[in-house]
Each structure stands twice: as C-alpha cells, then as structure tokens.
Design a protein around this ligand. Sequence first.
Ligand code: NAD
Length: 377
Amino acid sequence: MVGGGEGAYIGNIHRLASRLDGHWQLVAGAFDVDPDRGRAFAIGQGLDPARSYGTCQELIAGESGRADRVDAVAICTPNFTHYPIAKALIEAGFDVICEKPLTATLADAVALERLARESGRFVGVTYTYCGYPMVHEARVRIARGEIGAVRTVQVEYPLEWMAAPIERAGNAQAAWRTDPKKNGRGGSIGDIGTHAYHLAGFVTGLKLDSLTADLATFVNGRALDDNAHVMLRYQGGARGLLWSSQVAIGNSNGVRLRVFGETGSLQWFQEQPNELIFTPLDGRVQTLKRGADEMSVDAKARTRTPPGHPEGYLEAFANLYAGFAEAIRARRENRVPGPIGQNLPLAHDGLKGVAFVEAVVDSAEAADQPWITPVAV
Ligand code: NAD
C-alpha cells in the first residue's frame, strides 16, 4: 500500500476489506507523506521492518529485487499523487489498485489509461458502490430488460461534512480536497460526483452523449465547488440528473440511485444496501432482498451472509478486492475470470470519471453553460 497512514481516511478501509476473504495479505507499504511516520506506521501494522518503506520509490526499489515481491500495490493517497505513483509502479511491473478519481488532471488520466493498456498491467479503480451485490442485481435486471428501455436516471451523492469551512480548521482531508492543485478542478463533483456518475453508467449500461452543469461554492473562500447539479443526455435518448454535495446537512454518504424505464423502475439506496426496490408498470412495489434464491449469479457471487444478516460498505469494498484478485489470477492462469472477477472498475472507467469532471467544470465555467461531450464516455 502507498498512503493510508496514521489518521488517513480510506487506507484502513482498504486494509480491512482486502483481508476479508483471505485473497490478499498486506506485506509492504509506504504509508505516509512523511517517511519516518510511514515506516513507524508500517512497523505498527506488524509489517517486516525490511518492507516498511519511507517512500514509494523505496518500495519499488526494495520490492523489485525480491523473489516474493508484492503482487499489487494499492494507492490511497491524495488525487494529485495518483498519476506519478501509479506510473512509477506500472513501469516497474507492478499491478495497481488505485483510488478514485484516477488522477487530478485529464492529461494524466489519458496518459495513465494508455500506460495501463500498453503495459498490460492490471489497474483497478475503487469505485466502491459497484461492489454491492444489489447494485449488480440492478445491473443484471436492467440488462435483461426487466424495466424496459431506460428513460431517466436520478443519481445523488449528498454529504454534509464540508458545510462549514473545516479546511481552515485543521481538517487534513478537507484541506487537500479544496486545493485545486492537489484535488483537481472538480470539488464535490470530482470527489463524490465521480462515484455517482460511475454508478449510474454501471447499472444502466448507458453511455453519455453530453452534459450541462451548474456548480456552486456555498462556503465563502472555498476554491472549488461544494455542490453540483448536472443534467445528462445519454446516447439513445435517456436522460439523467446527478447531484453531488458536500454541504447537504443531514446526509452522510446518502448515495441514491433511481432508474425509470418504459415498463418499470429500480431504486437502490446505500443506507439500505441489502435491498433493491423494483416496481413493474401496473404492478406492486417489490423489495428484493440480498441473499434470496431468486438473485442473479452476479449478486450471489458477491454475497456472504444469508438474507436478513446485514452486509454493507466493508463487504462491498471487499468484493472489489476479491474481484481484483480473481482478475489477476485469471490473467496469470490464462482463463476467463469467475463472476466476481468480471465487470470490475478499471483504468478506462477511471479515465471516464476524470473526463466527466473536466466536462462538468468546462460547462459550468462557460458563460452559457453549454452541453459538452466528455472526451471518454
Ligand atoms: P487522507 O488525506 O486521509 O490520507 C492520505 C494519506 O496518504 C496520508 O496518510 C498521507 O500521509 C499519505 N500520503 C500523501 N502523499 C503520499 C506520498 N507521496 N507517499 C505516501 N503516502 C502519501 O486522504 P483520504 O481521504 O484517505 O483520500 C485518499 C484517496 O482516497 C483520495 O484519492 C480520495 O479521493 C480517495 N477516497 C476514496 C473513497 C472511496 O469511497 N473509494 C473514500 C475516501 C477517499
């Protein structure tokens, strides 16, 4: 692992989730921007001091020479460091699991996606919400035609944690997220709008045609948007509405997806992740339960406990890690991956996310808020 040291937000989620199924073992890391703190943190995690590195460069040098070198490196650092770290790792022959957004700039995302493709290295991107079994269930049902052709998609990711200027009150996570050089051009839209955009496209299979956006910065002095409204036109005529907000008081990770088709609708809410609400035209509202016999192979492959015993965020994250392990093993064994190793978020999905943010900010900054087609859809 690179990043995710003492006090970091997402690193520990990666550590917990990657261990859940026993496919991964944490054996080496450069966990902190401060090399000494990083080494001390690694040793505190029980790692071999010889594999407790101060920097990513040290990790590459140390691991490259080992017969038991790491299989993959998870990148859990602020956005602007993803590209140089991922590039160095890929060029040294390592597979990579990278946090979203893939990079802080579009140019970096284009270059990284190309490098991933040409090198043949595995590059997974942790779009967490596509790890949930009932998100896969929704995807399968839409692909089967159970709600007919999709007409409209409503997706939202509201958060409240930045409703006050916490970046000026010592909050480390908010500090880099409000610095355009470290975060990238999109504030809420880059941080959480990218999750929502990926989720909508993943579940519906729709490709974007164009978008128009309205960004707002409600907290005085903040350099980036903290609220985004984006209208989406998908290829084939479907429409979408995406809302991301860091100032939505009362909401903590309240991701919600609603998809309306010609003959039915599906709704999924991350705070009730074990359920999917299905309503056929002229039929009853049905609550589909994770773990039930009637669920798809894709959902079952990502299910551990029987219905009624809750699964949640860590299990969804673990499904991505299990999928990445299966995809890497299948590539080595020259076989088709099992269901959990399919439909994974990869470098191209990461590029699409960054291109989406770029188009959103371009649209919002233009005087007439034009409809814009992202460079990758
Ligand atoms: P954070 O500020 O809490 O932690 C960043 C960590 O990286 C710190 O430990 C820091 O010391 C370390 N670091 C910084 N530069 C480094 C370098 N060059 N080498 C080694 N370590 C370095 O950040 P966070 O909130 O955990 O976010 C990290 C990434 O994860 C971001 O890209 C963010 O968008 C993403 N994220 C994703 C999700 C998700 O749902 N998938 C959730 C939260 C954050």
